[in-house]
Structure formats: structure tokens, C-alpha cells
Write a protein that binds this ligand. Structure first.
Ligand code: NAP
Length: 322
């Protein structure tokens, strides 16, 4: 049977790896399952400009490599595998990677969030053939061509700005007449001469047989349809928490986020940090902060458990003596 570890961390983005740094420094030798999406969403970003301590900005993958090295330096074991099943119904908690079982006295859930899709059949059919959620990964393939970005938040602005460096033109398709993005990102995008916005429009269909040739949008005010020629469509309409593994095991809200009080979940000994439980801030720095909190909460909880066990043992011994 697998040895029981103190802390198992599921997810290796800023939250999970920060939890690992803190748990490692508390001598808890954490195991982190960082999964195949190692590094989380930051590895899909180019310049991270708002992580404190890097006044010139830093590349997302480089920042995550630094997190990982720091966690390993303090004794964390980082496993590049996806957890496939968990059982949080009794302690020690159990976590599986396929048939391989791991047992932990505490678990920190830091599985983050994943990009949302529009949900159109044409979008799914042309995924990888011009439809993408990652400009950094795929933008280069459409160099000097027209591209479309869907969405009105910071992600959409970031994608559009990144793509403007290589595209002949970028059209942002947004369903309202006002952007959700922060002022600084919106201003940058709107001031860019290669970027324009198709306001009040939703994508009805991604056009193209084998590769994307454009999008058909519907004006939500007039109902009119319009085809926008484009070699690629980048969908940047937000994210959903990755909590499929934990459904029925810890309390989730209607949108699928783990419900937390601080970092405590509905199951004693199970903590959650980062985007998987954050419906408001969803920043790398806030994820890292909550990873630190989860590790400290887990450490205190484990200490309390040990203290309770010791006092129960003492009471039992006293009873026997008496
Ligand atoms: P978001 O802020 O939730 O924005 C999602 C956008 O997509 C909204 O404009 C929304 O429209 C639109 N949308 C949602 N569902 C749609 C649908 N089915 N069809 C068409 N449009 C749809 O998500 P985000 O942009 O990914 O940002 C998430 C968080 O990360 C935010 O806190 C953001 O500040 C942060 N972030 C920061 C940076 C940075 O600072 N560099 C970069 C990226 C993200 P409505 O506006 O009408 O709701």
C-alpha cells in the first residue's frame, strides 16, 4: 500500500507550486501532480507584465519554471502526470494516476481553469485548423493574414495585441458595445491601428471546409448577418474551473468552482487555492497568494490533528495506568 504523505497537491500552476514551496519549507515533503498542462495558464501567455518583482515583465513559461525549481529546492516532488481519480470520502485521502494509488493526510486542490469555447459545431470541427484559444501557441501560423479574436475581456485584448504583431489585421468580435477589459488593456487595443472591434456581434458560424476562411457574425441589435474573412479565430471568452475530478467529493458552486472558506473546502483536510476557487481575481499573483495560504492552513490543520492524536493517546495511557 502506498505510503501516506502529509500533503498532496493537485495542479501545478502558480497556486499549486506556491503551495508546494510553502509546504516544502514546512518539511512536509509535498507531492505535486502538475498534470500535462504543467505550469497552468501562464505557460500559454507570453509576456507577464503584472507579476510583481519583474519590472521588465517575464515570459510565462520561464516564470513557471522558476516556481517549479523553487518548489523542488525545498523538497517537493513534482510529477508530470494528470490525476485521474480521487477519493476524499475518508482519510487518508486517496489520489490515483490511472491504477497507481497515492495517499495523503491532506490534499490541496489547485487545478485551475481552462479556456471556454463558444460551443459551435463549426468551431469544434475547425479546432486546430484555424480555431484556437491560444494566440501565443498558434498565432505565428497565420502570419501576415487577417485574424479574428472573440471576446471583450483582458484575455481578448491581450490576444489581439499579441496577434497584431504578426497579423495583417485583427478584428475583435464582442457581443456588447462596451469592453469588459481593464482600461489600460482596452486603450492599448483600441489605439492599435491594426485592430478594430466589431461591436454588438456574436459569432454564428466559423466558415471554412478544411481550414478557417472567416466567421459569420450576427449583429445582436439589427439581426444582420455579416461574413468577416479571416485565416484564424482565437476564442478568448473566459475560463471554466477544472473540477470534474472533485464533483460529488467537495462542494462546488453552480459554475463548478470549489466553494471555500479561506482555503478550506467542505471536506476537512482538503484545501483549495487559485483559479479553481476564485471567481473574482483570477490573477497569477492572487493564485500564488492563495497557494501560500492553503499550504499554511494545511500545515496548521496537520499539526492540530497530530496534537489531538497525542492528547487522545495520553488520555488512553492514563486510563490504562489508572
Ligand atoms: P472575462 O474577464 O470573464 O471576459 C470574458 C469576455 O468574453 C467578456 O467580454 C464576455 O462578454 C465575453 N464572453 C463570455 N462568454 C461569451 C460567449 N459565449 N460569447 C461571446 N462572448 C462571450 O475573461 P478573461 O478576459 O479571460 O479574463 C479573466 C481574468 O483574467 C480577468 O480578471 C482579467 O483581468 C484577467 N486577465 C488579465 C490579463 C492581464 O492583466 N494581462 C490578461 C488576461 C486575463 P461580456 O463582457 O458581455 O460578459
Amino acid at each position: 500500500m502506498a505510503e501516506v504523505q502529509d500533503v498532496i497537491i493537485v495542479g501545478g500552476g502558480p497556486a499549486g507550486l506556491t503551495a508546494a514551496i510553502y509546504a516544502g519549507r514546512a518539511n512536509l515533503s509535498p507531492t505535486v501532480f502538475e498534470g500535462f498542462a504543467a505550469g497552468g495558464q501562464l505557460v500559454l501567455t507570453t509576456d507577464v507584465e503584472n507579476y510583481p518583482g519583474f519590472p521588465e515583465g517575464i515570459q510565462g513559461p520561464e516564470l513557471m519554471q522558476m516556481f517549479r525549481s523553487q518548489a523542488e529546492r525545498f523538497g517537493a516532488t513534482v510529477i508530470v502526470e494528470d490525476v485521474t481519480r480521487v477519493d476524499l470520502s475518508e482519510r487518508p485521502f486517496r489520489v490515483w494516476v490511472d491504477q497507481e494509488e497515492h495517499r495523503g493526510n491532506s490534499v490541496i486542490i489547485s487545478t485551475g481553469a481552462a479556456a471556454r469555447w463558444l460551443g459551435l459545431p463549426s468551431e469544434q470541427r475547425l479546432r486546430g485548423f484555424g480555431v484556437s484559444t491560444c494566440a501565443t501557441c498558434d498565432g505565428f501560423f497565420f502570419k501576415d493574414r487577417a485574424m479574428v479574436v472573440v471576446g471583450g475581456g483582458d484575455s481578448a485584448m491581450e490576444e489581439a495585441l499579441f496577434l497584431s504583431r504578426m497579423a495583417s489585421h485583427v478584428t475583435i468580435v464582442h457581443r456588447r458595445n462596451e469592453l469588459r477589459a481593464s482600461a489600460i488593456m482596452a486603450d492599448r487595443a483600441l489605439a492599435n491601428e491594426k485592430i478594430d472591434v466589431r461591436w454588438n456581434a456574436v459569432v454564428e458560424e466559423v466558415l471554412g471546409d478544411e481550414v478557417v476562411t472567416g466567421v459569420r457574425v450576427r449583429d445582436v441589435v439589427t439581426g444582420e448577418l455579416e461574413d468577416i474573412p479571416s485565416a484564424a479565430v482565437f476564442v478568448a471568452i473566459g475560463h471554466d474551473p477544472i473540477t470534474g475530478l472533485f464533483r460529488g467529493q467537495v462542494e462546488l458552486d453552480d459554475a463548478g468552482y470549489v466553494v471555500t472558506d479561506g482555503t478550506r473546502t467542505s471536506v476537512e483536510g482538503v484545501f483549495a487555492s487559485g483559479d479553481v476557487q476564485d471567481t473574482v481575481y483570477r490573477q497569477a499573483v492572487t493564485a500564488a497568494g492563495s497557494g501560500c495560504m492553503a499550504a499554511m492552513d494545511a500545515e496548521r490543520w496537520l499539526e492540530d490533528q497530530a496534537a489531538n492524536r497525542a492528547s487522545a493517546d495520553r488520555a488512553l495511557a492514563a486510563q490504562k495506568d489508572g
